[in-house]
Design a protein around this ligand. Sequence first.
Ligand code: HMG
Ligand code: NDP
Length: 404
Amino acid sequence: MNYDEILEKMLNGELKPYQLDKVFGSKIATEIRRKFIEKKVGIEFKHISNYSIDEEMAMKKNIENMIGAIQIPLGFAGPLKINGEYAKGEFYIPLATTEGALVASVNRGCSIITKCGGATVRVIDDKMTRAPCLKTKTVVDALKVRDWIKENFERIKEVAESTTRHGKLIGIEPILIVGRNLYPRFVFKTGDAMGMNMVTIATEKACNFIEDELKKEGIYVKTVAVSGNACVDKKPSGMNLINGRGKSIVAEVFLTEKEVNKYLKTTSQAIAEVNRLKNYIGSAISNSMGFNAHYANIIGAIFLATGQDEAHIVEGSLGITMAEVEDDGLYFSVTLPDVPIGTVGGGTRVETQKECLEMLGCYGDNKALKFAEIVGGAVLAGELSLLGALAAGHLGKAHQELGR
Ligand SMILES: CC(C)(COP(=O)([O-])OP(=O)([O-])OC[C@H]1O[C@@H](n2cnc3c(N)ncnc32)[C@H](O)[C@@H]1OP(=O)([O-])[O-])[C@@H](O)C(=O)NCCC(=O)NCCSC(=O)C[C@@](C)(O)CC(=O)[O-]
Ligand SMILES: NC(=O)C1=CN([C@@H]2O[C@H](COP(=O)(O)OP(=O)(O)OC[C@H]3O[C@@H](n4cnc5c(N)ncnc54)[C@H](OP(=O)(O)O)[C@@H]3O)[C@@H](O)[C@H]2O)C=CC1
C-alpha cells in the first residue's frame, strides 16, 4: 500500500488514525496522520512537522494520535542564587512562554535576589494524594468501613505498595463521609516521580482489597470512582491550599531599603501595601484562592519547559505572598502549598524537556527536592519583580515595551 492508498482508506473510514503505529511504526504513522489532517483541513503544516523528538518514545508513554510537535519560545532567567537544603549555588532557569515581559521580570527578580545574598528555600512537605469515592448501603456501614480502614491500615499499605518500588503509603486521611459514601484520601510518598500514575494504580488495588475484605464481613462497599475529587487533582482547591499536595515550598529573601530603592525603583512600604491591598484584600473580595500576583506565570513557564503535567499549573497557582516592612528594608516570601512535580517519569523523558531539567542539574533520581527548591526560588523572583513593578507603577509600561 502506498501513502495515497492508506490515506484513501483513512478518509473513507476503513483505517483509523491510531491503528497505524502497529503496522508502520510511529515515525511513519505520525507522518501519515499529519497528511490525513492536512487533507481534512486543507492546510500544509510546515512547522508542526518540524521537530527532533523521537516519535516511538513519545507514542509509548506520552501521546496518542501524534501528528507532530508545537514549539514554544524558550528563554532563561538567572543566575539565581539559591540557599536550599538540596539546591545550593547559582542556577539558570528555563522558561517556556509566549508572554512578552515575563522572562525579563523573572530575570530581574533573579538578578536582585542574587545581589542580595540569595533565596532561602525549603520544601516543608512532600506527598501525593488520591481519594476514591466508595459507596456503601447506609451511613452506619460507611462508619464501619471508615473504622475498618483505620484499623487495617498496615494491611492496606502492604497491598497498595505491592504495585510500585518507590511509592509508599504514609496515611489515609481525612476519610470524609457524605451520606453513605466515603472519600478516603490516600497519601503517598512517590520518590522523584510526580506520582499520579503510581498512586492511582496503587489506590485501585487497595480499593479492590477493601471491597473484598469487607464483603467477607457482610458489608457492601463499591468503588464508584478511583478518583472521587477529594484528591484534589488538577482543580483549584481549599483542601490542597490547607493540607498541601505535591511539594509544599517556602522561599524567602531579605532586601535592605537601599536595595529596594535601587533595584526595584520603589519602597518597602509601597510593596507591602500592594501586597496587602492586592494579594490579600483583592483576592478575598473575589473569593480567589491565589493570595499572590502571578505564581501561575512562573510555574506554567517552568512546567512547560521541564515536562511537568501542564494541568497542574492550576494547583501551583495556589499560595500566599508575604511582604513585610522590617527595620531597614523588606522581608519577602512565597508559600506554595501545592506543586506537583517530578524529575523522572511523565513528560520529563521527552528530549527537549529532559535538556531543560539537565540545565538545572535536575534530571533523574534524587533530584525532585532540589528541583522543588529551584522552582520555589524562581517563583520568588517573578513575584518580587511584579510586585515591585506594580508598586512603582511600571507594569503597563513594561508590557507596552516588551509585549506589544
Ligand atoms: C520589565 C522590567 C523587568 C523592567 O524593569 P527595570 O527595572 O525598569 O529594568 P532595567 O533595565 O533597570 O533592568 C533591571 C533588570 O531587569 C532585567 N531585564 C530588563 N530587561 C530585560 C530584558 N529585555 N530581558 C531580560 N532581562 C531584562 C535584568 O535582570 C536587569 O538587571 P541586570 O541583569 O541587568 O542587572 C520590569 O518593569 C518588570 O519586571 N515588570 C513586571 C512585568 C511582569 O512581571 N509581568 C508578568 C506578567 S503580568 C501577568 O501576566 C499577570 C498579572 C499582572 O495580570 C497578574 C496580576 O493580576 O497581578
Ligand atoms: N493516572 C492518573 O490518574 C493520572 C496520570 N497523570 C499522568 O501521570 C504521569 C506521571 O505519573 P508518575 O507516576 O509520576 O510517572 P510514571 O507513570 O512515568 O511512573 C514513574 C515511574 O518511574 C519509576 N521510577 C524510577 N525511578 C524512580 C524514582 N527515583 N522515584 C520514583 N519513581 C521512579 C517508577 O517505578 P515504581 O512505580 O516501580 O517505583 C514508575 O514506574 C504524567 O504523565 C501525568 O500526566 C496525571 C494525573 C492523573
